[in-house]
Design a protein around this ligand. Structure first.
Ligand SMILES: *[C@@H]1O[C@H](CO)[C@@H](O)[C@H](O)[C@H]1NC(C)=O
Ligand SMILES: *[C@@H]1O[C@H](CO)[C@@H](O)[C@H](O)[C@H]1NC(C)=O
Ligand SMILES: *[C@@H]1O[C@H](CO)[C@@H](O)[C@H](O)[C@H]1NC(C)=O
Ligand SMILES: [Ca+2]
Ligand SMILES: [Ca+2]
Length: 457
């Protein structure tokens, strides 16, 4: 370093000399001027002659001129009056950006004898900018199970003014969920954070829009706003819910395989996959699994096999609905099987004789029982024999009947009877069963031999 310094020419020594002068003058309070930014061209800064203690005309006589550090002519010297004026409108933000205070350095040069003074012009800030957010709308996605106290950093607004004229505060429109918290950054900037004060519930309120305002410290303060659009993200915090806890339905036992029995339905107030519900049987017996099937997506329950009222009168089916997150609900389906007249009456013979002796009224010829597996009208029966025959049916207990002769038979007039016992139920359509008995009339010696002729000649 040292060796290099020595290798540089005299120029630098001269510069040091200037600086020395400048500092000595500055120490005496000379050479510190200021002007408001955006002041019109020709605005008065200072009367240099007076400040330097020179007589009228001396400035002009000594060819006094003002040279700016960066060779830009911000200032103009009126040699006649000694007034130092602005040569253009100065924009603090353009000249200094975020550097505050904004100071432009310049020199005052004079000849005869040559003199140089160092001076500075401070461009004072005015609050000519409002805070501006880069985005007019900020979208913030917050999960509904976010804990209270969680903070969300928001992008800050920009205000090119300096000092107090720059951003000093942020506010948020009044709401019951969020408050604003102002934090400072390493660079002395402040930035807004939204802090969750009250837990969100997407099912109650899925989104909210707040107005974020940035305020600067000018008087009056300027402000800028942006909309914070908060989208509450769904969490699977709701189980599915059946529209009914109990579904009751009826199915005739002759319903074809594949018939729709009932459709169950469960809603889920969550969103997306959290609301995708699938249905299944729950705690189902083998009976249920063979008789029914369920569409896991639609909740429709179909018949898989013919129902038989005579075997099972009703089914109690438990259904579970589960969302993709594993939350579930259950309901019950009661299927009442309706009887149809699908069974003809049956006739069960207990005893039967195929022949009957003539001349024996009130003889028991057959004992039988009738039954019908259907119920209601479908199972009620009537039982009869032809009414043009000398036989009748005598009802007994428990659907037993006795076939009896009505009067004395006479083999000689009819030796054989075809008896048809008919049993019909009262269902729709009527079903009947017939039972045929061929009854032979057996001979009894009831006739004395008779001559074909009473006298023979
Ligand atoms: C910011 O604004 C709020 C609301 O008007 C106010 O309560 C708070 O004191 C302000 N903060 C500062 C640092 O000015
Ligand atoms: C009884 O039925 C048989 C055969 O069906 C028939 O041959 C006979 O003639 C019938 N008897 C009477 C009395 O109708
Ligand atoms: C019983 O007899 C009647 C009359 O002869 C006949 O129509 C019917 O088919 C017979 N039934 C049976 C089951 O044999
Ligand atoms: Ca401002
Ligand atoms: Ca400004």
């Amino acid at each position: 370093m040292e060796a290099r310094g020595f290798s540089f020419p005299r120029q630098r020594q001269v510069l040091f000399l200037f600086v020395f002068w400048g500092v000595s003058l500055a120490g005496s309070g000379f050479g510190r001027y200021s002007v408001m930014e955006e002041a019109e061209r020709g605005s008065f800064v200072v009367n240099l002659a007076k400040d330097l203690g020179l007589a009228d005309g001396e400035l002009a006589a000594r060819g006094t001129r003002v040279v700016s550090d960066d060779n830009k002519q911000y200032l103009l010297l009126d040699s006649q009056t000694g007034n130092l004026l602005t040569n253009e409108k100065l924009d603090r933000e353009k000249l200094c950006g975020s550097t505050e205070p904004c100071i432009l350095y310049f020199q005052i040069l004079m000849d005869d004898p040559f003199q140089i003074y160092r001076a500075e012009l401070r461009v004072r800030d005015i609050n000519d900018h409002s805070p501006v957010f880069r985005e007019k709308e900020i979208v913030l996605k917050v999960s509904e199970n976010t804990a209270e106290g969680a903070a969300f950093r928001l992008e800050r607004a920009q205000d090119p003014d300096g000092g107090l004229n720059s951003i000093q505060n942020y506010t948020i429109s009044s709401n019951s969920f969020f408050r604003i918290k102002i934090s400072g950054s390493d660079e002395g900037m402040i930035y807004p954070e939204l802090v969750l004060d009250k837990a969100l519930d997407r099912e109650e309120q899925g989104e909210l829009s707040l107005t974020l305002t940035a305020l600067d410290g000018g008087s009056p303060p300027r402000s800028g706003t942006s909309t914070v659009h908060i989208v509450v993200l769904d969490v699977n915090d709701n189980a599915p819910q059946f529209t009914q806890a109990l579904y009751e339905t009826q199915a005739p036992e002759n319903s074809p395989v594949g018939s729709l029995i009932v459709k169950v339905s469960a809603g889920d107030v969550d969103l997306g996959v959290n609301a995708e519900v699938s249905y299944s049987f729950f705690d189902a017996s083998e009976d249920i699994l063979t008789a029914f099937q369920i569409n896991p997506i639609s909740g429709e329950i179909f018949l898989r096999e013919l129902l038989d009222y005579e075997l099972v009168h009703s089914y109690k089916i438990n259904i579970m609905a589960m969302d993709s997150g594993g939350l579930s609900a259950r309901c019950t389906v009661l299927v009442e099987v309706l009887d149809t007249n699908d069974n003809p009456p049956e006739l069960i013979i207990s005893s039967l004789s195929n022949s009957v002796a003539e001349n024996s009224p009130g003889m028991v010829l057959a004992v039988f029982k009738i039954k019908d597996r259907d119920s209601g009208e479908n199972g009620k029966m009537v039982c009869y024999v032809q009414d043009n025959l000398p036989f009748y049916l005598k009802p007994s207990v428990d659907n037993f009947y006795i076939l009896m002769t009505e009067g004395a038979l006479d083999r000689e007039s009819q030796a054989e009877y075809n008896i048809t016992i008919t049993v019909t139920d009262l269902g729709t359509p009527r079903l009947k069963t017939e039972y045929n008995i061929t009854m032979l009339v057996s001979d009894v010696n009831d006739n004395a031999p008779a001559f074909t002729q009473t006298s023979y000649t």
